[in-house]
Design a protein around this ligand. Structure first.
Ligand code: J2J
Length: 546
């Protein structure tokens, strides 16, 4: 029986949608139209530098139009999903823009994802095609593409950035006659599916619309001071929401700036690009910002072009924040955002105290913020609470996930971020922690539950609980507490190897494994997972040694 494919949607209530339109947030422009707009306005200017490739806006559009033509000629139809797993190469922008120009929907996978995640994302989105690298950081993607083709019946074709080989087509074979105009789609329709940093099981799919997303990065470009003369460096993996839109390469392209793609976020690679291309703006997660600050003290590269460093994805401590200007010579902009929508920025002209101590305030005057206690009642002024939000670019539902939607959205359509936040009298937010159980490992969110499930699949594992532990380099690392089956044993390296072999991204493999006799129970029986994780964490990491 043919599987019923549900077209992704994202719907705001009529009254709010009318407000967002009336206030000019939603311009009624699709990504295809937007590409035509920027190519029309900035045609001969340099749009992208990636490795040896340098493309003007006009060339970027033509290249995207050629992919669009090829994708439609291959039999894909508007709204079909195309899984994209590309590093920050010269292919990334023309491919994703081409997909959207054709009216197709990209689904963003990270280059670090392996069989489990790729199969989950492809099958969860009913992707009909997949586009990946040939090789990145020593990993060959063709075998992964073959695994996905075998596991996902809807997935018909995989293309990689290399010559055709054994069931995987060459990406170049898609470069055909350019599609002259964008496939007409509704700007309220879903433009792409982004992955959530989820707290439960596998990542959920986040449907973002043309209208809401274009608003978020165009407004961000203004807030981040990106202009036609700016040069934006994409240092973080391009599939992440942060480098995509806060202000990201899309924000930079929206104002005619140049985007530089770096295959690695490491200081040596990026510093050389900053010097060579006179980079003015970039964004980093805190552990990388620390690494850059350390490296800057010793570098021979000229970093003087750098004007703004955005830091977000995880909490940046005030101590580290205060060191940005002295070490890198640029303005720090703290960014507290999420792929589901809401993004907060400190403003470039804010006093140092605000830039150092807060995670900013929302992009939009119509971003609504609710801080609630665990019991759902609003906090009193200045008291920390769980951040709930709705607004012109925050989703109202995940794709095809009724359970998660019941948990993550409350009455009025507010999204429950799970972040514990304090709002200062000046409206700026300070992130204090979170209520959800995930590990924020250098900005990559790892679900405790997902890793526990992998551990439980080992025949020697009776029970497992994964917790986040503060780490001086990563911000947080993962620690798995494991109870073995009676009479069975396994070593930490063997357990790590087992998890790796299940085909998951390396950043999800537990950093630390502690074997323990049995898990805590209370007088009334087993405690819930959340409390258990907290008990284990307190016992092993938070208590002063006796
Ligand atoms: C503390 N926690 C933060 C910050 C995100 C811009 C920037 C980041 C993301 C991102 C993004 C934080 N301090 N400054 O999409 O557009 C944690 C929170 C949040 C979660 C979202 C963007 N900035 N976080 O990190 O979807 O817990 O998006 O809810 O990956 O990261 O993760 P993600």
């Amino acid at each position: 029986m043919a599987k019923i494919m549900t077209k992704p949607t994202q719907i705001w209530p009529d009254d709010l949608a009318a407000t967002y339109r009336a206030k000019g947030y939603w311009r009624n422009v699709t990504f295809g139209m937007w590409l035509d707009e920027i190519a029309g306005r900035f045609g001969p200017r340099l749009a992208m530098v990636a490795g040896d490739s340098r493309m003007t806006y006009a060339e970027l559009r033509t290249e995207a139009q050629r992919y669009a033509g090829g994708l439609l000629a291959s039999g894909l139809e508007p709204c079909d999903r195309v899984l994209v797993q590309l590093p920050n190469s010269a292919r990334f922008l023309p491919v994703v823009l081409g997909i959207m120009y054709a009216g197709l929907i990209p689904v963003y996978a990270l280059p670090a994802h392996r069989e489990r995640e790729v199969v989950h994302l492809a099958s969860g989105s009913d992707a009909r095609a997949m586009i990946c690298a040939a090789r990145h950081e020593g990993f060959e993607y063709a075998p992964l593409a073959r695994q996905a083709l075998a596991a996902c019946p809807a997935l018909k074709t995989a293309y990689h950035d290399g010559p055709a080989c054994d069931g995987v087509a060459a990406l170049d074979s898609l470069l055909s006659a350019p599609l002259a105009t964008p496939t007409p789609v509704d700007p309220c329709d879903v433009a792409f599916l982004q992955i959530s940093g989820g707290t439960t099981g596998f990542p959920k799919l986040i449907p973002r619309t043309h209208n809401d997303y274009i608003y978020s990065f165009e407004a961000s470009a203004g807030i981040c001071g990106v202009t036609q003369d700016s040069v934006f460096l994409t240092a973080l993996p391009a599939a992440h929401n942060f480098p995509m839109s806060s202000p990201g390469y899309f924000g930079a392209l929206s104002v005619g700036a140049t985007v530089v793609m770096s295959l690695s976020p490491a200081p040596d690679a990026c510093f050389a690009l900053i010097e060579a291309e006179r980079v003015t703006h970039t964004g980093l997660v805190p552990p990388l910002a620390l690494l850059w600050m350390q490296a800057a003290a010793k570098t021979g590269h000229d970093l003087s072009s750098l004007q703004v460093l955005g830091v977000g994805g995880a909490k940046f401590t005030p101590e580290s924040a205060a060191r940005v200007r002295p070490t890198l010579g640029c303005t720090l902009q703290q960014v507290f955002g999420m792929a589901e929508g809401l993004v907060n920025y400190t403003r470039l002209d804010d006093p140092d105290e605000v830039i150092v101590n807060t995670q900013g305030r929302p992009i939009s005057p119509d971003d609504e913020i609710l801080l609630l206690r665990e019991d759902g009642t609003p906090v009193s002024e200045g008291e920390p609470g769980i951040l709930h939000t709705r607004g012109p670019y925050t989703i109202r539902a995940y794709y095809n996930a009724p359970e998660a939607n019941r948990r993550s959205f409350i009455e009025g359509g507010y999204y429950c971020t799970g972040d514990i936040v304090k709002r200062r009298p000046d409206g700026y937010l300070e992130v204090q922690g979170r209520s959800g159980d995930h590990i924020n490992r250098a900005g990559e969110k790892v679900s405790a539950e997902e890793i526990e499930d992998h551990l439980l699949a080992h025949e020697a594992v009776f029970d497992a609980a994964v917790v986040a532990v503060p780490d001086p380099f990563l911000g947080e690392r993962s620690c798995a507490f494991v109870v073995t089956e009676e009479g069975k044993s396994v070593t930490p390296p063997a357990l790590k190897a087992f998890i790796r072999a299940r085909g998951i991204a390396e950043f999800k493999v537990p950093d630390q494994i502690i074997f323990t006799e049995a898990f805590e129970t209370t007088a009334v029986g087993k405690v819930d997972r959340k409390s258990l994780r907290q008990i284990l964490k307190d016992k092993h990491f938070n208590k002063e040694p006796a």
